[in-house]
Write a protein that binds this ligand. Sequence first.
Ligand SMILES: [Zn+2]
Length: 585
Amino acid sequence: MKKQDKNNQRKTSKNIKKNQEEFTFNVDDDNLDAFEFSVNLDDTYDSDEIPDYSDSYQKKRLSRRTTPRQERMTPRQESVPSHREDIENETEKLRKNKKRKASDRGDNTAKKLRPVGAKKKQIIVVMYSFLALFLIMIGYFVYFNIFEGQAIASNPNNVRTAKLQENIVRGKILSNDGTVLADSTVDEEGNVTRNYPFNNIFAHVIGTANINKSGLEASAESLLLTSNANPLERAINEIRGDKNMGDSVITTLNIDLQQVAYDALGDNQGVVVAIEPSTGKILAMVSKPDYNPNTLAQSYQEIIADTDSKVLLNQATQGTFVPGSIFKIVTALAYMRSGEDYQSYTYNCQGNISLDTGSGSTTLSCFNNSVHGTVNFETSFIHSCNTSFANIGLNLDADEFTEVSNSLLFNKSLPTSVSHVKSSFSLSNTDSGWLKGATAIGQGNTAITPLHATMIVSAVANGGMLMEPYLIDSVKSYDGGDVQKNMPVNYGSLMSTGEASTLTEMMRGVVTSGTATSLSNLGFSVAGKTGTAEVDNVGNNTWFVGFAPVDNPKIAICVLIENSEKSSSYTAVPIAGQVLSAYLK
Ligand SMILES: [Zn+2]
C-alpha cells in the first residue's frame, strides 16, 4: 500500500507540475479506490459538468482534456502563485478525514463512494476560503508594514515612536563610504544597545538615540525606525513577534575629514563645518566641547548640572556667534549693491575712527592698532581695515543694509533639513554712528551660526548659487535595497555671478597678500576671510571662512575658535589649512 501511496504522490505532484492552472488530484487509499476530481481555479464548476472519473479510461480522458485547457489558462497563471502546496495540503487533510470516517464506520461503504457534484463544490469553497484567509492575513501584514508603519514612523509623537521601537531595531547610520557611525546590537533577551564606534568624533552631528535625543538620531528617527526589508520577511517577523531591522541612513559625512577636523581643533572650544559647494553635501561637522555618546548616560547628570555647559550643544547649528570681520563679506556686498561707485572708493586709515554714540563718542580701531594708510575697497577687505569698513557702514542706508543681510538669510530659517537656529541682524537709520560702524565690521547686534557662515561662502564659491546643505545622501533597507536617494537641491542665487566673482577675487587676495597668507603655500589656491571678534570678558572668537581650490571649488569651510587669547592667524587659519589639505591632497 505504501508503494502505491508513493506512486500516487508522484502522480499528484506530476499532474500539479504539468497543469499549473487546472490541478488534478488522485487520492487512492484502502477505502477510496478512486477519488479523483479536478479543480479549475479560474472557472466555477457546475456540478453537472463534472464527470465521474472513477475508472482508468476516464482518467486517461481527463489527462487528454487538460492539455487545451492548460493552454487557455496560461495567461492567468500569475493570479495563483505558489499556493498549490496549500491546496495539496488541504486535499491531504480531506483525504485523511475521509479515511478516518470510513474506518470509524467500520465498513467499506467508502469504496462505493463516488464524488458527487455538491460535495466537490463544498471542497472547493473550503479551499478557496483557506486561500482567501491566508492571502488576507499576509496582505494585512504587508499593508501594515508598507503604509501604516510609515505613517506611524513619521508621526513625531513620542509614544508612537516608543511603540515603533518595540517593533523595529533602529537602523544604522553610515558615513559616505558606508562605514558604520552608529548601529544597534540585540542581546539574547532582546535588549537593544546603540553603539557609536567613533566615540566623540561624530558626537553632535550623529547625536544620541536614547538619553538627550539629538542630531541625526533625532532628525532621521522616522527613517531609522522604518523597515523596508522584504515584506514577506517582515510579515513573518510580525507574526513571530520578532523585531524587524530598521533602514540604514547613509550620510554625506567624510570620515577622514571629520577625523582631521576633530584632531585639528584639539583642546580648543570651537567648530569646523565643511560643505561641498556644488552639491550642498555636508562633509564634516565638529563641535567642541564634546562627549562620548557611548557613555553619555553615565556622565549626563554631571553635564546638565552645569547650566553654562556647551558640551551637549551642536554649536555649528545651535550656536550663534559675533561674526567679527567675516561679516565684511556681507558689508562688501551691501556696498556693491548701494549704487556707490565702489571701484573708485578710497579711504585714509589712521588706525582708528571716532564714532558718535548718541551721548558722546567712542573710538573704533583697526586690529592690533594697525595703520593701513590709503586703502581702496579691495585692500580694505584684504587687510580687514576696520576703520575703512566703519566708514563704509556710516554711508550705507540701514534699511538697504538690512535687506542685503536678509537676502543672505539672516533673520530667517536656513534652507536645509539640518535643524538649526536663525542668525540675527538688526540696524535702523536712527541707530548711532557707533552702532552703524560696529555693525559694518561684524560687531553690533549681529550673530551668526557657523553653518550659515559656511553657506554664504559656499554660495560665493558656487558663482552665487546656494545648494541646500544636507546630511542624508540615501536610505537603504538593512539588506541593501534602495529606499530613498537625496539629490542636491538648488536654493537659488544669493548673489549674482558678478558679485560672487568680485567677492572671490577679494577673498583670494586675503590669502595671497592679506590676513591669511599662511594658506598661500598649500599646493592649491584658497579664497577666504578671517575674523577676530571681541567678546566681552571671554576673549576672542576667531574665524576663518573660505573655499578651495579657488577656480574649481571642492570644499567650503568655516572654522571658529571660541575664547581665544590669540588672533585668527594663529588659531582658525592653520586649522582650516589642515582640513583643506586633508581633503584636497
Ligand atoms: Zn585700517
